[in-house]
Unconditional design. Structure first.
Length: 478
């Protein structure tokens, strides 16, 4: 062989190296193109709050509405205030139930609106002594200057229902809502009557779990309700008004304020009653969340934002009677667990209990299944709620139908878990409906658990003060 000529093996090796080089260049080119497409077409990560609100970003109703400090997204608030540090300081206050409009105007570092809560609780205002350092944690020494307070006042003014300049300082009390009455049951359940700046009144309830070290807040989403459930006091009112996102969130703000004040009074030895911090929120008060979805989704996103109310997504529950199948998808865009107020699986019986029903249980179930499939697995746990009424929907047949419904949902949705929540009927003055006996409730529960479905009986709390499930209603309106 001529040593000047390459051997066949050398030639083949050269061809292979060249081919590999071309392949490597092609892979690198594809990676660059892929990265470019990601940058151009896919938005950067945003908290769930902003992503959920995109469902409503193009609606004219959303464009016309101005959001206050409670309902603005954290980024919106940061932009308005001129920095995320100022937004964080504001939320240190709001999370503790403190109005920053008052807190940073008072040399003593006290929210003067606490006085009204103390008086509603029948205590003397001198019974509470709070210091700035006790409340605000790591940013306790950071304040809001005159410019920042002026920007905050601009946001507060947007919450007002009129254009009056009568107030020297716009506060949560005079712009969004204030506590007009507080009722405390023997078991510590505390019902708040919130008078909105627009003149309407809504109720919310703080349910303390002393053995667990936290409280649950039951929040309203509307004044009244259009669904007209026969067993519910709110349904008798009809729908009077949707609540804004600020009005929904101010209920949590006031719940946190009341818990803070009551606990401070207890620590001072002036009361044996204590309210643990609010760590759980259920939208099961007045109103149907699906009929006010835009404001509910915005409010829930604020609840779950770690920079704002900072509640775990699994500890927020949105309950709906499901006026239509798409209600589950709409509400499912919020970072919260879903609950379905079923009340009866038999279509004719459900129509009797929820007269506004327009869709069959099967149609509504398909809507729920579709919504659950689109959610992360940690949010695929859902509740089926039943207001159990003696001799109406508490039969063995009703229980077995519930088992079938729950099991079919779990079969259709991978990784889902369905829990049945039984709510013994609470008296609202209905001429025929009665609370079932404990024996009947436990028997109903046993049929469901025997069908391999988790089932709990909700403990009745606050019924002597009309604060129990189904008893919320207000007699005064705008």
């Amino acid at each position: 062989a001529n040593p000047a000529q390459p051997s066949n093996n050398t030639y083949i090796m050269f061809v292979n190296v060249a081919a590999c080089s071309r392949l490597l260049l092609l892979v690198l080119l594809l990676q660059c193109l892929s990265s470019l497409l990601v940058v151009c077409l896919i938005p950067s990560y945003q908290p769930h709050q902003n992503r959920a609100l995109k469902l409503f970003s193009s609606t004219s109703e959303d464009d016309e509405h101005c959001y206050g400090p409670l309902s603005s997204t954290f980024n919106e608030l940061s932009d308005h205030m001129g920095g995320s540090g100022r937004a964080a300081v504001i939320w240190d206050c709001l999370r503790a139930g403190i109005d920053p409009n008052l807190y940073y105007r008072n040399d003593s570092g006290i929210d003067s609106s606490d006085k009204a809560i103390i008086e509603c609780l029948d205590f003397d205002a001198n019974d509470i002594s709070l210091s700035k350092n006790d409340l605000l944690g790591k940013r306790k020494d950071q304040g809001l200057g005159a410019g920042a307070l002026s920007r905050l006042q601009e946001l507060m003014k947007q919450c007002r229902s009129d254009d009056s300049d009568a107030e020297s300082i716009y506060t949560i009390e005079n712009s969004i809502g204030s506590i007009s009455h507080i009722k405390v049951s023997a078991d510590g359940t505390t019902k708040l009557l919130v008078r909105l700046g627009r003149g309407y009144e809504v109720e919310s309830v703080i349910i303390p779990w002393l053995d667990r070290g936290f409280s649950t807040v039951c929040v309203s989403s509307q004044v009244g309700c259009a669904q007209a459930c026969r067993f519910c006091a709110t349904g008798k009112m009809g729908k009077m008004s949707d609540l804004t996102a600020d009005e929904i969130l101010c209920q949590i703000y006031y719940a946190n304020k009341v818990c803070r004040i009551v606990s401070s009074i207890a620590e001072a030895g002036d009361s044996a009653t204590s309210l643990p911090p609010c760590d759980n929120v259920v939208l099961m008060g007045m109103g149907e969340p699906a009929d006010n979805a835009m404001n509910v989704v915005r409010a829930v996103s604020t609840m779950a934002d770690r920079r704002m109310f900072s509640l775990a997504q699994s500890k927020i529950t949105v309950s709906t009677v499901a006026p239509n199948p798409s209600a589950f998808t709409t509400l499912g865009s919020s970072p919260a667990a879903l609950a379905w107020s079923v009340h009866a699986v038999d279509d004719s019986l459900r129509k009797e209990l929820v007269p506004t029903t327009k869709f069959s249980i099967e149609e509504l179930k398909e809507g729920l299944v579709k919504a659950l499939k689109s959610r992360s697995k940690k949010l695929r746990r859902t509740m089926l709620e039943v207001a159990l009424i003696d001799g109406v929907n508490d039969s063995e047949k009703d229980a077995k139908l519930l088992v079938s419904l729950a099991r079919s949902i779990m079969a259709d949705v991978e990784g889902s878990k369905v829990v049945v929540n039984l709510i013994p009927f609470n008296d609202i003055g209905h001429p025929k409906y009665r609370t079932p006996s404990e024996e009947n409730v436990l028997g109903f529960q046993k049929i469901i658990t025997d069908g391999d479905v988790l089932c709990y009986v909700r403990t009745t709390r606050g019924d002597e003060e009309n604060a129990a499930c189904g008893q919320l209603a207000t007699s005064r309106s705008k």
